[in-house]
Design a protein around this ligand. Sequence first.
Ligand SMILES: [Zn+2]
Ligand SMILES: [Zn+2]
Length: 354
Amino acid sequence: MGERYEEKDLPRGRVGGHAGRMKVLELVAPSQFVVSQKMKPEPKKDEVLIKVSCCGICGSDVHGMDNSSGRRIPPMVMGHEASGVIEQLGEEVSGWEVGARVSFDSMVYCGVCQHCERGETNLCDERQVMGVSCEEFKRDGAFAEWVVVPARILEQVPEGLSFEEAAFTEPLAVALHAVNLVKVKPGERALVVGAGLIGLLVVQALKRAGAGEVVAVDMDPKRLDLARELGASGAFTPGEDCGADFDVAMEVVGAAPTLEKAVKAVRKGGRVGLVGNVVAEVPLALQWVVTREISLIGSCAAAGECAEALEAIAGGEIQVKPLISAVAPLEEGGDYFKRSREGKEGLLKVLLRP
Ligand SMILES: [Zn+2]
Ligand SMILES: [Zn+2]
C-alpha cells in the first residue's frame, strides 16, 4: 500500500508550461495502490474532460481490487461515482458548456443496439463501465485529477447541491432502478436485507416510492440505527424476528443466507428484488418460490435514473450526507480501500478528492 510517484507514465519529449500530466490513484497489482502520474487524457469528439472534484469508493471496487471479479485487471484507475466541472468539450459535443457542474452514470452505452433502443441502456450489448478493466475493455475512472466521459452519460448538478452529494448520483440511481423495477405500490410493506450503502439508499427509495412500512435487516447495529434514522420503521439483526408476509423484499447483499431470508419473508405472490451479487451462484428454494408464485426480479446498475437521483437529493427526499464516512485526499485512497476491505469500521461511503 505504499505511495510513490512513478515516472514511467510521463509523456516523453513533451515540454513547456502545460504539464500534460495528472495525479491518479492507480491499482498497479491486485490489492496494491500507488499514487502516480499519468498523461492527462484528451476528450474524443463525443467526450468531455472533467476536472474531478470528488469520487466515491464503491463496494464493487473494494470487492474487485484483488482482481477476483475479473473486472479490475491492473494496471488501471478505478472510480465511477464522481462529480466535477467540465473543462473541455470534444469537437462534436453540444448542449454542454465549459464550467458546468456535472456528475455522470457509470454505464457507457452505445445508443443503437436493440437494448439501447428499448431504453435498457444498462443492458447494452456494447456497454462499458467507467473505472472498469476487464477482458473486453478498459476505461480509466475518476480516482484522478481529470477524467474523460462521453457527453451522453453526463448529468447537470442542480444548484445548491454540493459535489460530495452529487457523487452519489450513480449509487442512488442503482437503488432507484431496483425499486422502480419491483413497482412498489402505495402502502406496501417492504423488507430490505442488507443495510450497507446501497441498502440504506434502497430503504429511502422505498419510502419515497410510497411503501407504508420498510424494515431493514443487517448484522451491524450501527447500520440498523442509521436505517431507522433514514425512515425504516423496524431494523433487526439476522437472528431476530423481522416479521413476515412482506409484499416486497430487496436483497442487497448477494449471498445464499440473505437470498433465503428475502425469499422466505415475502407473502404469496410477493416480489423479491435482487440487487446484491457477491457470489456467482446460490441455492434457491425452488418449490417455495414456484408454489407461492414469488417473482424474482434482477436489477443491474441503472437505466436513466441519474437525473431522478439528483432531483431526489436536491429535493431532500433522499439523504446522502449521513452516509459519508470520510472525505479524504487521493493519497489516502489505498489506505481507505484496505480499511473498507477489512470491514471492521463499518465504513459506508468514502469520497476521495484528487
Ligand atoms: Zn458503484
Ligand atoms: Zn447499446
